[in-house]
Design a protein around this ligand. Structure first.
Ligand SMILES: [Zn+2]
Ligand SMILES: [Zn+2]
Length: 264
């Protein structure tokens, strides 16, 4: 059977320009060097299916955390013809504030989440400020509400959502971070989310400082590489280079096509 080939879009919705290398690497070579970070949500579509990967954050959280919201994730999605209110499937890679806000904008969706991430977000790890810091309690409570509404589909490890689309548990950065493998016209692409924030993290084997388990994070890099068809097939979760390296989606606002080869 030949596998379907899906389109994948990365949509930039927020940024933080005044950020330093010390905030992006556990062992930075230059602590004070400026290194901006971008925030994305992703869309996988084809074969009559559509998956939104992560839901971003809104203006209130952007203001509280000193991030620049360029447009709401819902507006980003609308620019590429995706109506959040009609989306059936949302994959939450993990429950950090920049990946799992705005759930109420997806009233019809079921949310794909790892058991380990929910346990992490609601268990003893949250007794520690350092692990709690990238969480928003309201987002976690909203996720619990979705569980009680019967709209969370839990996964425990790897899961196939459709032919050519699968989830893989890696953890490391959070308790139950999952990555998404997608079959495209250029082969297998991996949406790594925060398994690697920047290409530099995975390529130089330099951990991001926000980490629960460095060993699992390092193993996660290996898993990303095994599942992807090459270094440019691993898509980092926060790298500004993603927006410049891939071709723009016609009509989209800061939207690029990850299923097409990089431009340089
Ligand atoms: Zn994260
Ligand atoms: Zn993140």
């Amino acid at each position: 059977m030949t596998l379907p080939q899906y389109e994948i879009l990365a949509l930039r919705y927020a940024t933080m320009q005044n950020r330093t290398k010390a905030e992006n690497f556990l062992f930075p070579d230059d602590h004070h060097a400026v290194m901006p970070i971008d925030y994305y949500v992703w869309v996988i579509r084809g074969e009559g299916r559509l998956f939104v990967v992560d839901t971003g954050f809104g203006q209130k959280i952007a203001s509280q955390r000193g991030r620049t919201l360029l447009r709401s994730p819902v507006e980003s999605l609308a620019s590429v013809g995706v109506n959040a209110a009609e989306v059936d499937d949302v994959i939450l890679t993990h429950l950090h504030y920049d990946h799992a806000g705005c759930l109420d904008a997806f009233p019809k969706a079921r949310f794909h989440l790892q058991d380990a991430e929910m346990a992490f977000a609601t268990g003893r790890c949250m007794c520690h400020q350092v692990l709690r810091a990238p969480m928003e309690l309201e987002d976690v409570l909203e996720t619990v509400r979705q569980v009680y509404a019967g709209r969370v589909l839990f996964h425990d490890g790897s899961a196939t959502l459709a032919p050519g689309i699968s989830l893989h548990l890696v953890g490391g950065h959070s308790g139950g971070l999952q990555i998404v493998r997608v079959h495209t016209a250029r082969g297998w692409v991996v949406l790594a989310s925060d398994a690697t924030h920047f290409w530099e993290n995975i390529r130089r084997r330099q951990p991001f400082p926000l980490v629960v388990n460095v060993h699992k994070m390092a193993e996660g890099w290996r898993v990303c590489e095994e599942l992807a068809d090459g270094p440019d097939h691993v898509i980092p979760g926060h790298d500004p280079l993603v927006l410049t390296r891939f071709p723009a989606e016609a009509g989209g606002i800061e939207a690029v096509r990850l299923d097409m080869p990089p431009q340089f």
